[in-house]
Design a protein around this ligand. Structure first.
Ligand SMILES: Nc1ncnc2c1ncn2[C@@H]1O[C@H](COP(=O)(O)OP(=O)(O)OP(=O)(O)O)[C@@H](O)[C@H]1O
Length: 358
């Protein structure tokens, strides 16, 4: 199972420029989380900090009891082995074919025989749907295939945490939908903790268990998907609707005068090109392809979210309760349409026992 990543009070600057400050969040083990944010808000810097490639000035990143910000180089090297990272462009070596690219971490970091390397590489290439493309060079394949090859390479060391930096950038909507399904299918197969950075609203609405957003050098929100998808926080609403009107401007924050002028234009009937309908609301989350195992995180997440449901907004509560099956609603003693949250004393679990553990 993937591991928990606990981030507390993290602050990162380059010289006098603070990128973000006091970021606190927990990536629950095995769950899929998405980090949103306008361009330049430091999402990539956040991913690089999590994997120890950049060093924040303040705060902690705790994984398996080790603080990555302050640990020794040796310990950092060990912790990094838990990560698989898919960089924005796939970061493949242009002169190596896909097989050698995917095999690279195994040949660099393990003493596996070539026969073992071959078995693992072919297994991961099959997982991402690239069987038969082993001999191709990165320059000979499409952007979507390069992403999948980058993902196969991120998987070869059996990571417990997978970080994906804009896995959808440069992909058409159909390829993006395939990649979203692939990430959920991978999660069902290996139960790794996954963090995805994206600008894609459809990915944000349908893929993750948790959503977060960086803006104005801060983490605006981070929590169960239902919280952000029903939020009336102006920045979150503007971003999820892809609207021009709102606090986010062309180069980050808008001033009050610009906001007032835009609202006046809108009230005078000028369209800003955004769709009229508001996409606020909880939509069904992607499920693994039929035939694959159920995602282990789903059950754990339900217990986790139901234990904090009384702290969430009525709309978020309703979204969560509506996603429960009738058996689960009975288990947590909640009714669809009820807003008042769950009992602290659930009835026996409706889920089948697996391996003796509920
Ligand atoms: N190594 C570095 N040295 C100095 N500044 C940096 C460094 N890396 C990133 N930055 C700055 O940090 C800020 C955030 O960059 P980052 O790439 O994390 O943004 P982002 O949210 O991922 O943007 P996008 O969505 O456009 O990819 C930018 O202003 C960038 O110039």
């Amino acid at each position: 199972m993937g591991v928990e990543v606990v981030v507390e009070g993290l602050t990162k600057s380059f010289g006098k420029q603070t990128i973000w400050r006091d970021v606190t969040l927990t990536l629950p083990p095995g769950e899929v989380s998405v980090m949103l944010g306008p361009s330049g808000t430091g999402k990539s810097v956040f991913l690089k900090s999590l994997v120890g490639l950049l060093k924040p000035e303040r705060g902690k990143i705790t994984i398996n009891g080790t603080d990555l910000v302050r640990c020794s180089e040796h310990k950092l090297y060990e912790i990094r082995k838990l990560f698989g990272v898919l960089f924005q462009d796939g970061a493949l070596f242009g002169s190596m074919n896909l097989f050698d690219n995917v095999a690279f971490p195994l040949r660099e970091h393990t003493r596996k025989t070539e026969a073992e390397v071959r078995r693992i590489v072919l297994e991961k290439m099959e997982m991402v749907g690239l069987v038969g493309a082993e001999k191709k060079l990165p320059g000979e394949i499409s952007g979507g295939m390069r992403k999948r090859a980058g993902l196969a390479r991120a998987l070869v060391l059996d990571p417990e945490i997978i970080l994906c930096d804009e896995p959808d950038s440069g992909l058409d909507p159909v390829r993006t939908a395939y990649l979203s399904q692939l990430l959920i299918d991978l999660n069902s197969q290996i139960d790794a903790t996954i963090l995805i950075v994206t600008h894609n609203i459809t990915v944000a609405r349908t893929v993750p268990d948790n959503l977060g957003m960086l803006f104005r050098r801060e983490l605006v929100m981070f929590g169960p998907r239902e919280v952000l998808l029903t939020s009336d926080e102006p920045v979150v609403e503007q971003f999820l609707n892809g609207r021009r009107i709102g606090p986010i401007g062309m180069s980050e924050e808008k001033d009050q005068a610009t906001m007032a002028a835009e609202l006046a234009h809108r009230d005078a009937g000028h369209s800003d090109g955004s769709p009229d309908e508001d996409v606020r609301g909880v939509v069904p989350q992607l499920e693994p392809t039929p035939g694959l195992p159920p995602r282990g995180a789903v059950r754990r997440r339900k217990d986790r979210v139901m234990s904090i449901i009384h702290t969430l907004s009525p709309d978020a509560r309703q979204g969560i309760i509506a996603s429960l099956t009738p058996d689960e609603q009975r288990h947590y003693r909640v009714l669809a349409g009820a807003h008042q949250g769950a009992t602290a004393h659930p009835t026996p679990s409706p889920w089948p026992r697996q391996g003796g553990v509920l």
